[in-house]
Design a protein around this ligand. Structure first.
Ligand code: FES
Ligand code: FES
Length: 149
């Protein structure tokens, strides 16, 4: 058994230490906002926060998350008040199919914690999530809007 804290809730999950955190989140906890894309840490669809840092949960062993605070997209706005990133996403019509967007929002939220006013270069360096719908320009505009909100 592994003891995890997910979205503020202490839980015990039965998973071998090397199991990717993504599988625990989706299959055992039923938190399906975190998506499976590539499975090899390339696309970012599976991004969650571990102690506030963005990690790609498809390639992050559950053993590395023990004792840390894990936040998924479901835990980003626990009392139903959207974050400034989520509001900017709506205002700029960022999601198209939406598949990549939970991971994108998690990555951007982590970026704005360390760089509250990111430049385009900062965004290019930090937000390497892949969006098959090609929303990159809307993502950039929404990040700047969230940063100045
Ligand atoms: S599914 Fe994890 S990075 Fe693509
Ligand atoms: S909105 Fe469709 S993959 Fe990004």
């Amino acid at each position: 058994m592994s003891k995890l804290t997910v979205n503020g809730q202490a839980l015990e999950v039965g998973a071998s230490p090397e199991t990717p955190l993504l599988w625990v989140i989706r299959e055992q906890l039923g938190l399906t906002g975190t998506k499976y894309g590539c499975g090899i840490a390339e696309c970012g669809a599976c991004t969650v926060h571990v102690d506030g840092k963005a990690v790609r949960s498809c390639s992050f062993p559950v053993s590395a998350a023990v004792g840390k605070q894990i936040t998924t997209i479901e835990g980003l706005a626990p009392n139903g008040v959207l974050t400034k990133v989520q509001k900017a996403w709506l205002d700029h019509d960022v999601p198209q199919c939406g598949y990549c967007q939970c991971g994108m929002i998690m990555a951007v939220t982590a970026l704005l914690k360390t760089k509250p006013k990111p430049t385009d270069a900062d965004i290019d360096a930090a937000i390497t999530n892949i969006c098959r719908c090609g929303t990159f320009q809307q993502v950039r505009a929404a990040i700047h809007a969230a940063a100045s909100a």
